[in-house]
Write a protein that binds this ligand. Structure first.
Ligand code: ADP
Length: 467
């Protein structure tokens, strides 16, 4: 059993199919043989019965005056009645033969019997031969004699044996053909799986670019192939993204590090003597260090946002209250800005941790402040929209052009690099916010017109609270 379990699929398929075909063929043939055999035997018995019947009728007619002499005289009638492989014998009460006609019956079937009382039927086997014997009583000279018909089943045996041989032969043929077919079919079926294995090996050696060839048939295997190719596309995409991210991140790091290095060299060469240069360079170095720190923290946030696992029993917050608190805190550190807050008239609940909600709203508010150089006014509104709730943050700042809107969610993307840098932006804020919103089944959308202003809409699925 263990060996079978460890055998290759091809062998399993072949063995199983041949065993199944063999068993069903065997059962079918056995049944067929049995039916034919019995039917033919019945026919033979009928024939013997018919001969016996005719003899009984013939002698009955002569009864009660039937004598041994008249029986001997009826020899020619018996002969005419007899058939091939059949022997008719008429015996007196002591089993002595009165008339006996045999047509090609083996001497081994030379059976006698004492007078019988009623009709009987026997199957008689000698060596490999088989015969049916039928007897009927007949009154001869007032005593009970016997009419006996022996039919040797030579032809019957020949036919049934031939039938059996043919069936066995076909059975064996069926096993051979079914094994062959099983082997061919399994080979055909398993070819794509073997291809897959080969491809995986090749991918292991050569890299992600390889794909399985598309199959024409629309079956489970083509689905498997498609799945495999789709998965490889995804892996390749993720791998490329990862590579791109590392490239982008190192690019981002390069600028502040280069600036830092420049100031340190300057300091080394001149700064020690010149207090003005010393002061300036130290300030600049500190500023860049700060930026680097910021960048590292934001990268960390992005990676954390990727790994948020939303569990069902996480916190549910009341939106008006939480957003109000955050807006108030921001307003306190931005005295030049007017931040209007419009809560919804009834409490609204969303499923998110307060920390994550605060992070998202802060990113959006921070952008509204950073990119509103003139009109220092921000409006935050909470609305109820059937099965979701929205937080709208609007500003009247520089806005974003239509071509850029789609790109601002990309990591490190900034519309105006210099301005963003000057404001301490790294281009990661919206990427973090979007990732977090996705993890909470929410959406973030931006509506903006250049030089007019921007509205960022945060939509969360509404949480129904029974109170
Ligand atoms: P950054 O740290 O540069 O602000 P973000 O990912 O938060 O990075 O934003 C990406 C870019 O989108 C910004 O550099 C800015 O050009 C643009 N942007 C975001 N919010 C606003 C806004 N409220 N008004 C105008 N431009 C914005």
């Amino acid at each position: 059993m263990k060996r079978f379990r460890n055998a290759s699929l091809k062998w399993k398929f072949m063995i199983l199919s041949s065993v199944t075909i063999f068993v069903s063929f065997f059962l079918f043939t056995f049944l067929q043989y049995h039916i034919v055999y019995n039917w033919m035997l019945k026919q033979e018995e009928k024939m013997v019965g018919k001969t016996l019947e005719e003899l009984v009728a013939f002698y009955d007619e002569k009864s009660p005056g039937l004598t041994k002499a008249s029986i001997r005289k009826s020899h020619s009638f018996i002969e005419a009645l007899n058939e091939k492989n059949q022997r008719i014998t008429v015996m007196d009460e002591a089993g002595r033969v009165i008339a006996d006609v045999s047509n090609d019956v083996s001497p081994s079937f030379n059976v006698r019997d004492k007078a019988i009382k009623k009709r009987e039927r026997q199957h008689y086997y000698v060596d490999n031969d088989h015969a049916i014997i039928m007897r009927a009583p007949v009154m001869i000279e007032g005593k009970k004699g016997t009419i006996q018909v022996v039919r040797q089943l030579e032809r019957f045996d020949q036919i049934t044996n031939a039938f059996f041989t043919i069936m066995t032969f076909f059975g064996m043929g069926a096993v051979v053909i079914s094994s062959l077919l099983g082997w061919l079919i399994s080979k055909q079926f398993l070819a794509p799986i073997n291809d897959l294995t080969r491809m995986m090996k090749s991918i292991k050696r050569k890299g992600f670019q390889q794909r399985m060839e598309k199959r024409d048939a629309k079956d489970e295997l083509s689905e498997l192939t498609n799945m495999f190719n789709g998965m490889m596309d995804e892996i390749e995409g993720a791998f490329e993204q990862q590579k791109q991210f590392v490239e982008d991140a190192s690019h981002e790091f390069r600028t502040p590090i280069a600036v830092l290095e420049g100031h340190l060299r300057l300091l080394k060469r001149w700064g020690k003597q010149d207090p003005v240069i010393l002061e300036e360079s130290l300030d600049a170095a500190l500023y860049e260090t700060n930026r680097l720190k910021h960048l590292v923290l934001e990268l960390l946030e992005l990676s954390r946002a990727e790994n948020i696992r939303v569990v069902t029993d996480e916190e549910v917050i009341e939106l008006n209250e939480t957003a109000g608190k955050i807006v108030k805190n921001v307003a306190a550190v931005q005295p030049h800005f007017t931040i209007d807050f419009h809560p919804y008239r009834t409490p609204l609940y969303i499923r998110i941790t307060e920390h994550h909600f605060s992070q998202i709203l802060m990113i959006v508010l921070d952008n509204a402040i950073k990119y509103s150089p003139m009109e220092k006014w921000i409006r935050v509104e909470i609305t109820d929209d059937e099965d979701k709730v929205d937080v709208l943050v609007s500003d009247w700042g520089i806005g974003i052009s239509a071509e850029e809107i789609g790109k601002v969610f990309q990591r490190f993307y900034r519309v105006d690099k210099a301005r963003s840098r000057e404001k301490g932006g790294s281009g990661l804020g919206l990427a973090i916010a979007k990732k977090m919103m996705e993890k909470y089944n929410g959406r973030i959308d931006i509506l903006s017109r250049e030089e007019k202003g921007t509205t960022v809409k945060l939509s969360f699925p509404k949480e129904e609270m029974s109170q």
